[in-house]
Each structure stands twice: as C-alpha cells, then as structure tokens.
Design a protein around this ligand. Structure first.
Ligand code: ATP
Ligand code: MG
Length: 265
C-alpha cells in the first residue's frame, strides 16, 4: 500500500515542486513505484515532468475532473518518459475552481483522499505537490497523507509562517487524519558561501532537531533548468550536485535510521 507524502509550505517558491519532481524521480530510480499528484493549479509538477501538454489536451481528465466530476484517476495518470516507475496525476489551471467549489461541499476535506483510494495498491509512494497556500487543496492533501515533508528555503524569512503550518498540520491531525505526522524538514537552495544560509540552517536544526533531513539541497542551476526540458534533474544532469542531493534524500527517506543531527552542512 502506498505511503502518501504531502509536500507543503504556504510560502511560495521554497522548492516544493522541485522537491516533488526530483524526490519522485529518485525514489523511482531506487526501485519504488511512484505517483506524483499535482495539486497546484499552476501545474508546475506536470510541466516539469514533461506531461503538461498531454494533460492540457482536449478531453484528457486532470485532477480537477477526478476530484469534482467523478473521472477515473487511472484514466488521468500519465507516464513520465524514460522513468518506468514514475507517473503523474496532472493538474491544469481549472483546478483553481476546485478551491471555490469545494467550499460548499459536504466533507470537503476528503475529496483527494477519496480520489487516491483506488490507486493505493498500485504505488509504493504518492507524493502530493501542494500550492503555496493553506487553502482547501492543501487541507485535502494533508487529510489524504500519512505525512508532510516541509521544504524550507535557506533565507532570512525561512521560519516565518512555519508556526502556522505546524498548527494547521496539528488541526488536520486532530480533526480529520489522526495518522498525520511530519515526515521531515528539508533545507533547500543551500548556498555554502552565504553566511545567512548557514545561520538559518542552524536555527532550523535547533528548533526541529532530528526532524531535519541530513540531506541538504544546494542551490544548483541544473535544478532550475531541468523543468524547462520536462525532465527531473536525474535525467537531465545526473552527476550534478542537485540531482545527487535528491538521490541522497530518497535514500534517507527509505532508511530513516540514516538520519541524525549531523554537523552543519
Ligand atoms: P510555488 O510556491 O510557487 O509552488 P515552489 O515552492 O514549488 O513554488 P519551486 O517551484 O520548486 O518552489 O522553486 C522555485 C524556483 O526556484 C523555481 O524557479 C525553481 O526552479 C528554483 N529552484 C528550486 N530549488 C532550487 C535549487 N535547489 N537551486 C536552484 N534553483 C532552485
Ligand atoms: Mg510549486
């Protein structure tokens, strides 16, 4: 049965989508069957994995139709080129409407959990890329998930809003999903030449201790280039520090005993 991990942080541009794509690719490379669920109307995870065009084709169902129009999620799922075990449940801009339509619906927080239920036996991991808000799409992701992975950009305001995110996770856990827990916090866009980065990483580790992954994602131009080629970094620039750091994260996720509060990176 699949383990469902939501990648969430209401702060924009912290690396949620980059992490979803590249952690998904790494886990597939490590032999796991992985489904990426694009729960962001921006559709960046879909386009970054090269399925944006197919998802936008007339008549192809996307996550919106699965959530609100009874479409079969299996019919919406698209394969990722050159990575056998990775697939995407894509989204497109019409998903914006879901936030509004769900407000009126009974048990509005459970639509994504219900959509994913028939897929659980087909995958080892389901990674949900959340939008940068704590709206109903993110609440649906947290309600469907076993755990939350929180990417944090190593910059001055990294911890801002984190309290609100942790409170939201607790609220969903208490109200809708008692199994929910924090999978881990991931430091992204780490720049070893920047002293501020170092301080932020230290502060995050002081607060969250061994919940912080040992793997740290460096700022790496290959990670920002690869989505425009519709590929995860592991296919675009395999030996790049970015691709390799996501591979290390994949291994750590599969082997949590590897995690320890290591020295500052
Ligand atoms: P949003 O909140 O809009 O969904 P996000 O949290 O999903 O954003 P990303 O889209 O993954 O964030 O990253 C934001 C930008 O930073 C993108 O242009 C991405 O290519 C770039 N980026 C992410 N991680 C890295 C990295 N480690 N090195 C260099 N660029 C990065
Ligand atoms: Mg994103």
């Amino acid at each position: 049965m699949a383990k469902i991990v939501a990648l969430a942080n209401q702060k924009g541009g912290v690396g949620k989508t980059t992490t979803t794509i590249n952690l998904g690719a790494s886990l597939a490379e490590l032999g796991r069957r992985v489904l990426v669920v694009d729960a962001d109307p921006q559709g960046n995870a879909s386009s970054g994995l090269g399925v944006g065009g197919a998802a936008a084709a007339a008549g192809h169902p996307t996550l919106y139709q699965c959530l609100l129009a009874g479409a079969d999620p299996r019919a919406a799922i698209l394969p990722v080129a050159d990575l056998d075990r990775l697939a995407v449940l894509p989204s497109s801009i019409d998903l914006v409407g879901a936030e509004v339509e769900l407000v009126q619906a009974p048990r509005r927080e459970r639509f994504l959990a219900t959509t994913l239920e028939p897929l659980l036996a087909d995958y080892d991991f389901i990674l949900i890329d959340c939008p940068p808000s704590l709206g109903l799409l993110t609440i649906n992701a947290l309600t469907a998930a076993h755990s939350v992975l929180i990417p944090l950009q190593c910059e001055y305001f990294a911890l801002e809003g984190l309290g609100q995110l942790v409170r939201t996770i607790r609220l969903v856990k208490n109200s809708y999903n008692s199994r929910l827990h924090i999978e881990g916090l991931l430091l992204t866009m780490y720049d070893r030449r920047n002293r501020l980065t170092f301080q932020v990483a230290k502060e995050v580790k002081t607060h969250f201790k061994d919940q912080v992954y040992r793997a740290v994602i460096p700022r790496n131009v290959r990670l920002s280039e690869s989505p425009s080629h519709g590929k995860p970094a592991i296919l675009y620039a395999r030996s790049s520090p970015g691709a390799q750091s996501y591979l290390a994260l994949g291994k750590e996720l599969l082997n949590p005993q590897n995690r320890r509060q290591g020295a500052a990176p």
